[in-house]
Design a protein around this ligand. Structure first.
Ligand code: C5P
Length: 401
């Protein structure tokens, strides 16, 4: 959840400093990189060793760390390094110094050079918190976009009851996660996805199929679920599995079965992404028994399969959004544009068999998006999971318009 995010945690002298250990642990568990700076008085409440062990990095306290080498902790570098600076707990003393631009310790110097958002979680006794100086200081910092994590009410270290307790570490962690993972507008949406090949029975043991592996449908479903959507994945035979509780898989074999599953669910869905490689034709009359090899040649009559995507397009309501795929070998753009219009789509994902590394049997794909306003967006060759993210980003942008 916080992979690749760099968080600078400042710890000041307050009894709540012991909770800094839980903050570090929660952030590290979510894969953040955490560096800790402590004020000298914070060290009276919790040892630097505790926080360096949990953060897996040395803790900085003074400007000059190593007397022998003379190596110093460069507060400017740290201020630039961080994606978020959090001071938790923030004592009344540090709060006042932040407002006035004091710079008599490493934490304050780093704060003054921080380029990232700064958050503070005040912790103090109720009367100190209620004091007009504290309240004015908080208001001033807030004016300058420092985000204040409000303390909560309850029992305080002094034995008194009131507002001043630092917010719980889990809650602080969750607010940081929410900050870096803003809610997607796919959150809570119902999305139907088709994927994989279809198998059209010739007899009980043989079928007409194709080389689709089903990976694109599965990756799209996972990506939608990660953004908080409820997904129905209607997929032909595939060896790929989904792991999210937000994905309901409806396994099918034939195009007719896929159509039935789509017809049963399309009305309830706001978005459809149809990536299945549906067989265009099926045997008119699948044999009840295995066909014996008696003659030198046989003829299997094929009849046209229903076009599932076209059905969804024809029944699309104003607020529904429909995405189709097209695999073309010639006149790609022209054919793609025709399909987009004919099937009443909002977005067509075109991949050409002429592109190396694209289409079936590869973990990569190279796609072009075709939009109703004749807009074309070309992408480089990428992993199919990145292609899935690009598709969802495009849908999100359109839904925002
Ligand atoms: O017309 P064409 O088969 O090239 O269109 C491809 C798109 O239409 C894909 O999104 C595919 O999933 C969908 N499709 C479908 N039912 C069919 C044929 C294609 O849903 N019978």
């Amino acid at each position: 959840m916080l992979s690749g995010k760099k968080i600078l945690l400042g710890v000041t002298g307050s009894i709540a400093a012991y909770k800094a250990a839980h903050i570090v642990r929660a952030l590290i568990k979510s894969n953040a990189e955490v560096k800790v700076i402590m004020t000298e008085s914070a060290c009276d409440f919790i040892t630097p060793l505790t926080l360096s062990t949990l953060s897996k990095k040395p803790v900085a306290i003074e400007f000059i760390k190593d007397e022998e080498s003379g190596e110093w902790e460069n507060h400017v570098d740290w201020g630039i390094w961080a994606d978020l600076m959090l001071i938790a707990p923030c004592s009344a003393n540090t709060l006042s110094k932040l407002v006035n631009g004091n710079c008599d310790n490493l934490l304050l110097a780093t704060y003054l050079s921080a380029k990232c958002p700064v958050w503070i979680a005040p912790a103090m006794d109720l009367d100190m918190f209620a004091h007009f100086s504290t309240q004015e200081n908080l208001a001033k910092l807030n004016e300058h976009d420092v985000y204040i994590i409000e303390p909560t009410s309850g029992e305080l270290a002094s034995g008194l009851e009131g507002k001043g307790r630092m917010e719980e570490p889990e809650e602080i962690h969750d607010q940081i996660v929410a900050h870096f993972n803003p809610k997607s507008n796919l959150n809570g949406k119902q999305i139907i996805i088709t994927g994989g090949p279809t198998y059209e029975a010739i007899d009980p043991v043989r079928f007409i199929g194709n080389h689709s592996s089903g990976i694109t449908g599965v990756l799209l479903a996972e990506a939608c679920a990660k953004r908080g959507a409820q997904v129905i994945l209607v997929t032909g035979p595939t060896r790929f599995k989904t792991s999210s509780a937000n994905i309901k898989v409806i396994p099918i074999n034939s195009a007719n079965e896929m159509l039935a599953a789509v017809q049963a669910n399309w009305n309830e869905c706001q978005i459809g992404i149809f990536s299945a490689a549906v067989a265009d034709y099926r045997p008119a009359q699948p044999a009840d028994q295995k066909i014996k090899k008696k003659t030198d040649a046989i003829t299997i009559e094929l009849v046209k399969n229903p076009d599932i995507l076209a059905w969804a397009g024809a029944h699309k309501k104003e607020d529904q959004y429909l995405v189709g795929f097209a695999l073309e070998t010639e006149n790609e753009i022209e054919n793609g544009r025709g399909k987009l219009a004919r099937k009443n789509l909002n977005l067509l994902i075109l991949n050409s068999l002429n592109d190396k590394g694209a289409g079936f049997g590869h973990s990569t794909n190279k796609v072009t998006f075709i939009k109703p306003n004749n807009n074309l967006i070309n992408f480089e060759l990428k992993n199919k999971s990145d292609v899935a993210e690009d598709i969802l980003n495009e849908i999100e942008t359109d839904l925002n318009d």
